[in-house]
Design a protein around this ligand. Structure first.
Ligand code: NAP
Length: 272
C-alpha cells in the first residue's frame, strides 16, 4: 500500500501548522514532512499533530531555508525517494519572514537574505522535489518528446497528480509602505507559479499560489495596535483572517484537479 506524504515548509507554526492540521483531520491516511528552521518548534508541532492523529507519520527537517546549502539537509528524504511504497502527493510552501524597512535603509545583505528565503528557496525546493520525486521514471506520465523538456503536451488525465502551492501575499499585488523588498519576493512567487504551471503541467503537476491578507499569526502579532486598526479599516470584512481560513483554501486547491496557474487572494477584501 502506498504511503502518501505532503511536504509543508513553515509547518511548525502559523499558516503552515494550520495546513498540516487541516490535512490530517480530513484524511486519516495523510502523512507529513514538516520543514522549518527551529528544532523545538518542529517537535512541538509534531507532538500536537500526533495528538490529533496518533497514526500519522511525520518526518521533520530543521534547516535554514535562507541558506542556499539547505538542500543537503533534505538528504534525509533519500530513503523515501527510493522506496516505491512511498509517495509525495504535494508541496505547500508556507515558510517566510516579513521584512519591514524602506528600500533606502535596507542593506544589500538584508535584501539578499529576504529574497533568498521568500523566493529563491521556493525555486530550489521545487527543483529538488521535481528531480528526486516527481520526475522519477515510472511514477507519472511523461511528455512523448523527451528531448524538449519545455514541450507542452496535452494532459487530459483525471488522475490525482501532484499539487504545489506557494504562499505569496496580498502585498505582492497591493504594495505596502516599507515592504518593497518583501513585496518583490512575494510578487516573484506569482510569476514563478504561473510559468512553472505551464512548464510542468504536462507531467500532471498543478501549481497554484495563495495571497493571504493580514492573518493572525506570530508574523503579525507585533504590528502596533494603531496600524492594525488602520489595516482593518481598509478591509471589507473587518478583522484579521484566521490561519485556518488559509488552510481551507490550500486544501481546496490541493484537491481540485482542474485548477492550475492561479493566484487566489484571501484578504477580507483588503485589495478590492
Ligand atoms: N501572517 C500573515 O499575515 C501573512 C500574510 C501574507 C502572507 N503570509 C505568508 O504566509 C507564510 C506563513 O506565514 P505565517 O504567518 O504562518 O508566519 P509565522 O507564524 O511567523 O511562521 C513562519 C514559518 O516560517 C518558518 N521559517 C521562517 N524563517 C525560516 C527559515 N529561515 N528557514 C526555514 N523556515 C523558516 C518558521 O519556522 P520556525 O518555527 O522554525 O521559526 C515558521 O514555521 C509566509 O510565507 C508569509 O510571508 C503571511
Amino acid at each position: 500500500m502506498n504511503k502518501k506524504y505532503l511536504a509543508i515548509t513553515g509547518g511548525s507554526r502559523g499558516i503552515g501548522f494550520s495546513v498540516a492540521k487541516k490535512f490530517i483531520q480530513n484524511n486519516a491516511k495523510q502523512n507529513l514532512i514538516l520543514i522549518s528552521k527551529n528544532h523545538e518548534h518542529l517537535s512541538s508541532a509534531k507532538k500536537k499533530l500526533q495528538e490529533i492523529n496518533p497514526n500519522v507519520d511525520i518526518i521533520t527537517i530543521a534547516t535554514d531555508l535562507s541558506s542556499h546549502s539547505f538542500v543537503k539537509d533534505l538528504n534525509i528524504l533519500k530513503e523515501l525517494s527510493t522506496n516505491s511504497n512511498s509517495q509525495i502527493n504535494g508541496l505547500i510552501f508556507s515558510h517566510g519572514k516579513s521584512f519591514s524597512k524602506i528600500l533606502l535603509s535596507s542593506s544589500e545583505q538584508a535584501i539578499a537574505e529576504n529574497i533568498d528565503l521568500n523566493l529563491t528557496a521556493n525555486m530550489l525546493l521545487t527543483k529538488y522535489f521535481l528531480k528526486n520525486f516527481f520526475l522519477r521514471p515510472n511514477l507519472i506520465s511523461k511528455p512523448s518528446d523527451e528531448k524538449d523538456e519545455f514541450k507542452t503536451h496535452q494532459n487530459t488525465e483525471k488522475t490525482d497528480g501532484i499539487s504545489i502551492i506557494n504562499i505569496s501575499s496580498v502585498i505582492a499585488i497591493k504594495g505596502n509602505m516599507g515592504q518593497s523588498i518583501y513585496a518583490a519576493g512575494k510578487a516573484g512567487l506569482i510569476g514563478f507559479t504561473k510559468s512553472l504551471a505551464r512548464e510542468i503541467g504536462g507531467r500532471n503537476i498543478r501549481v497554484n499560489c495563495v495571497l493571504p491578507g493580514f492573518i493572525d499569526t506570530d508574523m503579525t502579532r507585533d504590528i502596533p495596535i494603531e496600524l492594525k486598526a488602520k489595516f482593518i479599516d481598509d478591509m471589507i470584512i473587518k478583522r484579521f483572517g484566521d490561519p485556518e481560513e488559509i488552510a481551507d483554501a490550500c486544501y481546496f486547491l490541493h484537491n481540485n484537479k482542474y485548477i492550475t496557474g492561479q493566484a487566489l487572494t484571501i484578504d477580507g477584501g483588503l485589495s478590492v
